[in-house]
Each structure stands twice: as structure tokens, then as C-alpha cells.
Write a protein that binds this ligand. Sequence first.
Ligand code: NDP
Length: 331
Amino acid sequence: MAYKAKAARYEAMKYRRCGKSGLKLPEISLGLWHNFGSSDNYKTGRETVLTAFDAGVCHFDLANNYGPPPGSAEITFGKILKQNLMPYRGELIISTKAGYDMWPGPYGDWGSRKYLTASLDASLKRMGLDYVDIFYHHRPDPETPIEETMTALADIVRRGKALYAGISNYNAEQSARAISVLRALGVPCLIHQPSYSMLNRWIEDGLLDVLEKEGTGCICFSPLAQGLLTGRYLNGAIPAGSRASKGVFLKPSSITPQLVKKLNALNEIAKERNCALSTLAILWILRDKRCTSVLIGASSPSQLKENLTAVSQPPLSEKELQNIERILQIP
Ligand code: NDP
């Protein structure tokens, strides 16, 4: 399929500076954790990625283990690059990660120099790339000295295999340490990738302060709580094909009557401003300027389009924020 990106692709999207770096990221980025494995529909995945790029979403987030099976999302993305997006490589921010279980034996998991280096080489091969823009350590490793993991990241950047280094799932204290080790090695920590949503606010308890102080950006994953903060579960049922219906990462048991009540109360606020619950959830994250980008997932172009409407919505008012807070505080 011949593809020519929309000429107006940068007009509607807004971009935020990533910490104190030279890099800006779109307010909404697209992640390929789900929906891009080898058993998912390739055409739908490609259309979702191209719809995103046409709307100014120039950041795509991957990891070595995304699929299923692990590695297959990078293969899918490599195919989309080859078929459609490679002419735009200079306009793309592509990230990948290593840190979770990827291959058998002692070198396919956690945070050793051996694992990170070998994993990035394999990711580059799967995607058909010479370099990624951001390479993350995916989760803290309680056993490997942080100096070793951060030196591996710094060396990867020095060798030009990644342009920037990032960390993910590190708590406030671990982040401060990692950022300081990277700084001493002369490679700033560009970005942290933590989970964050209206239903999961752990980063407000110290991590955001550390990132602001250190000048590190923050890209928030699972901002829609894997689909809970969308129209998908408002009637309490579990739609066929939804993430909850698969029961692996989002358990049907988490959709309790209390949660459904809360989601519907939030949806009333969304309705008052004539937007979807997903849009409200994204706007709520964007209220905090320390959040550089909201890293969504989407299983179809139509979901993506609904979520992208957040960019053209006015920011949440004080009154709306107070009303949301009141609902979120209900146990
Ligand atoms: P979200 O919270 O945005 O959930 C995305 C899912 O919600 C979709 O796949 C879809 O699920 C549903 N959804 C999205 N929009 C709509 C809509 N408008 N209407 C109805 N349903 C909708 O994010 P993810 O949990 O997918 O995470 C996003 C990205 O974050 C990942 O792809 C990955 O890049 C990153 N991530 C990083 C992690 C880390 O450890 N660093 C861990 C997890 C994610 P469905 O249609 O299938 O029900």
C-alpha cells in the first residue's frame, strides 16, 4: 500500500519538552504492548499506527517482550516501517526496552550489561533499524549494581545505538540514584516511564518531584487503566474481545460494582463537556505539566481517534478537577 503522510499532520497535535532536554514529545504517544503481536490483525495495527502518525503522534513505544509472542510487536512495527514509515524515520521517536524475561538462561532477564546489550541488538534487528531514539531499562533489578545497568545504557548511547536513555518502573528513590549515576557518566536520563492514571496515582507520592528536580521527563503508561477509563466497561459487562475478556493483564474480577459506579460518575463529568471518558482521563493527566506525554494503547483506529480528541479539548477547569477529585476519593 502506497502511503503518503498527511501534510497537515503536525497542526493539531501539541508537543511538550521532555524534562530539560532538547527533545519534545507529542502530548499523546502510542504504545504497542497489546494489539501488535503476530496473532493480531496486521492491517488493523498498521492502520492504527498510520492514523496516529497522520495526527502528529510521532512517538511509538515498544519493548523487547511485546507481542505475543515476545518480540513479535517489534517485528510488526519493523514491517510497518519498511512498508510505510521508513521515509519518515527522522520524524519518528521510537523507543524500546529490556528488563523483563526475554530468553532462557541467566542473560535474558533483569539488568546486566550482557542482557541489555544483546537485547537491544536483537530489537534493532527485528525492527530493521540502526538505532532507536530511546532505550529504557524496563524495571529495577534488585541484584545487579545500578552502576552496571546505567553504564550499559550510557555505553549504548555513546555507541549511537540509542540517542537517549530512559528508565521505567523505578520508584522515587531508585530513580534519583539512577539519574545521578547516569549524569556522572555524562549521559542524562531523558525520561521515566511509570504507570499513571486516575485509578493509579503512586507517582504523585515523590516520583514526580524527583523527576522535576532532576529535569527528567515523564511519559505515563496505561493512562486509561487498560481500558477501564473508557466507555468499554460502563455497564459493568465485559465485551467480547476486550482486554478484560482475555483475563491476563486486566482481570474481570477488578471490574467491581463500586468501580463501575465510579467510572459512571466520571463519565457524567465527561458528558458535561461533551467528550468521552477516555478523553477526560487523558486531559486529567495532561493537567500536570510534569507529565510530558500520555502513552496510550488502542486496539483500533477508531479508539485512537476518540482518544486523540483530548488534544483539541480545553484543559480541565478547577471546578472539573475538584469534581473529579471528589469522585476519586470515594473508596
Ligand atoms: P491504556 O490504559 O491506554 O489501555 C489501552 C487499551 O484500552 C486498548 O488496547 C483498548 O483495549 C482500550 N481502549 C483504548 N482506547 C479506548 C477507547 N477509546 N474506547 C474503548 N476502549 C479503549 O494503555 P496500555 O495499558 O495499553 O499501555 C499503553 C502503552 O504503555 C503500552 O502499549 C506500552 O507501550 C506502555 N506500557 C509500558 C509498561 C512498562 O512497564 N513500561 C507496562 C504497560 C504498558 P481493548 O480494546 O483491547 O479492550
